[in-house]
Design a protein around this ligand. Structure first.
Ligand code: AMP
Length: 478
């Protein structure tokens, strides 16, 4: 059996109906059970929506019923909004306000409740209905809702099939939170193939022994994660082909893949297919990929993020240079590009004369030998342990505190990796306890700075802007 995302229905019902479909943190369910649970949830949701196109917040963690509810929403052609239980309440309230009106499925409690009044903010498009909205960090202090439609999903599934050897016999490990678009990779591919999906909850992901036991027990053989998550395993002596004979495919995305990690993994798993991939949530998970092998490792100082393809374009209107190569902003075109953010500034999305949609990623890249290389960001967005953070959002929320006039949160790096966030705070009268108490209900843990440095006046550049370099330098010199 499998789930056809195009038709939004289960197919080949008689085939391998007893096979494992989803191993949740709570229960394992077969394909036939998955279909039965989805049917029940479709009916429950239908009774609550009264035929309206309401968005549905799915609030939970890694339970099998989280996946059930996702499929139920898709069957009903209504957009799901995945929110992990680690989200602070005030941030969830912001998401609800942006959605206007909708339903909230509490996966753990099994309840469905309505929220909001008046109109839902979702635009009803019968030709290409919205499938999900993922909220990411936004520079204005509001999370940004990236809207992904049915055609975006179909395009991503086709892209995945063309780029990786995936099959129904595989067992996909799902580690990233369901509220991040990286986990959409396993969700769409495992379920559209009729394969098995093994969800790893946070407790398991944070405990190497638990993680390995579960990974081996289910014979997982497709690994998709950020490089940060895999780092701990890369140096683990018992993480190799001898102990993990089934692991044949590892796909990385979301941040720079360090050569050191790729090198370690290829040495430990000689038959491994290892891919570096790239993509923003705004273009449905991934848009470029490249297989990393020994020849590539030997050839380049820095690993490419993909092979040049028809949908990735380098905008060289304001060119820069990186070593020898010309850099420009990466623009993505085509069917995988989102219709835009919900209720937010959509300047980074454009449509050309032929009607083709483009998304300007804010990533600076260059090309060499038919491959794309990542240089850095144009703005204040960073990746910290795989999490996407707009530093402007942290600054904005700290600046809500009255005695604080200005904030610059900056990443502290060691050996090319961000090791912590330091917030530089301009104030005459505030302390870390007050700021932490203000942030805890408003930001996820990973966005809360590990240190605050207080200044009565910030150093300024010649143009009278806050001199962030100087702030960091003073901090390092101290
Ligand atoms: P997200 O929307 O969370 O998937 O984050 C997308 C951003 O992550 C991109 O715009 C890049 O800045 C960064 N990113 C994604 N993949 C890679 C990669 N392979 N190497 C470097 N940065 C990446």
């Amino acid at each position: 059996m499998f789930f056809c995302f195009d038709k939004r229905a289960f197919k080949s019902l008689e085939k391998e109906a007893d096979k494992l479909a989803v191993a949740g943190s709570d229960v394992d369910i077969s394909w036939i059970e998955l279909m039965q649970r989805v049917d029940i949830q479709v009916n429950r949701l239908r009774q609550k929506t009264h035929g309206l196109t309401l968005p549905v917040i799915l609030y939970g963690h890694k339970e099998a019923d989280f996946i059930v509810s996702i499929l139920a929403c898709l069957v009903l052609n209504i957009a799901f909004v995945p929110i992990d239980i680690s989200y602070p309440q005030k941030r969830i309230d912001k998401v609800k306000r942006q959605l206007g009106k909708g339903l909230l499925v509490d996966v753990l409690a099994g309840s469905i409740v309505a929220f909001g009044q008046g109109e839902s903010a979702i635009q009803d498009n019968q030709n290409d209905p919205l499938s999900y909205i993922i909220f990411t960090s936004g520079s204005t202090g509001e999370p940004k809702g990236v809207q992904i439609s049915a055609s975006n999903i179909n395009s991503f599934i086709s892209w995945s099939r063309a780029n990786f050897s995936l099959s129904a016999n595989q067992v996909f490990m799902n580690q990233a939170l369901l509220s991040f678009d990286l986990s959409i990779f396993e969700l769409l591919n495992a379920l559209s193939l009729g394969a098995s999906l093994v969800l790893m909850d946070n407790k398991t992901s944070l405990d190497a022994a638990l993680f390995k036991t579960r990974f081996l027990a289910y014979r997982c053989n497709v690994w998709v994660s950020t490089p940060s998550f895999a780092f701990a395993f890369g140096v683990d002596k018992a993480f190799d082909a001898k102990h993990f004979p089934h692991l044949l495919l590892m796909i990385f995305c979301g941040e720079v893949l360090p050569k050191k990690l790729a090198d370690l993994l290829l040495a430990k798993f000689p038959s491994l297919q290892l891919f570096n991939t790239y993509g923003p949530t705004e273009a449905t998970v991934m848009v470029s990929s490249v297989q990393i092998d020994q020849a590539l490792l030997n050839r380049y100082e820095q690993l490419p993020i993909g092979n040049i393809n028809a949908i990735c374009h380098i905008d060289t209107q304001n060119p820069g240079t990186f070593e020898q190569a010309i850099t420009g902003e990466l623009l993505i075109s085509g069917q995988s590009v989102s219709v835009g953010y919900l209720n937010a500034n959509n300047d980074s999305f454009t449509v050309d004369k032929q009607g083709m949609r483009f998304y300007a990623t804010g990533d600076r890249v260059y090309q060499q030998d038919g491959k794309l290389f990542f240089v850095g960001r144009k703005d204040s967005m960073i990746k910290y342990n795989g999490h996407r953070i707009d530093l402007g959002e942290i600054n904005h929320i700290i600046e809500q505190l009255a005695p604080i006039s200005s904030v610059r949160t900056l990443p502290l790096e060691r050996n090319g990796r961000i090791i912590r966030l330091v917030a530089f705070v301009q104030t005459n009268d505030c302390n870390a306890e007050v700021i932490n108490a203000h942030l805890a209900p408003r930001l996820p843990n990973y966005m809360i700075p590990s240190e605050y440095v207080f200044h009565t006046d910030f150093p300024l550049t010649h143009n009278l802007k806050v001199d962030s370099r100087q702030l960091l330098k003073q901090y390092m010199d101290f």
